[in-house]
Design a protein around this ligand. Sequence first.
Ligand code: SF4
Ligand code: SF4
Length: 113
Amino acid sequence: MSTMITEECINCGACEPECPNTAIYAGGVQYEFNGKMFDALSNDFYYIVPEKCTECVGHFDQEQCAAVCPVDCCVPDPNHVESEEVLYARAKTIHPEKEFGELGASTSHFRKG
Ligand code: SF4
Ligand code: SF4
């Protein structure tokens, strides 16, 4: 599933630069997806584009937005439940130039003990 930002967001902006997939945008700011621009998904808070979020699979062992958020408002989105396989395929699609190795504990929160 993708990660979502709840209404508890205080708009501090700490999460945006941490996302390896450029999936986080400030409220009211248009987002880019597949070379096209789309209207903001939230006008009031930072938001995550589900089609660009991989729960950091392929990059890190935990969701980087959740790791830095001071108010713990980056949480799993129950409306976007996805498998590790789907998320990993998305990471590869978003970064066609990157050499991804086998997923492991350091590159997928699904593999953490
Ligand atoms: S979970 Fe990872 S990929 Fe998804 S929005 Fe947060 S930092 Fe970006
Ligand atoms: S780090 Fe948390 S509080 Fe700050 S902008 Fe991101 S979601 Fe909002």
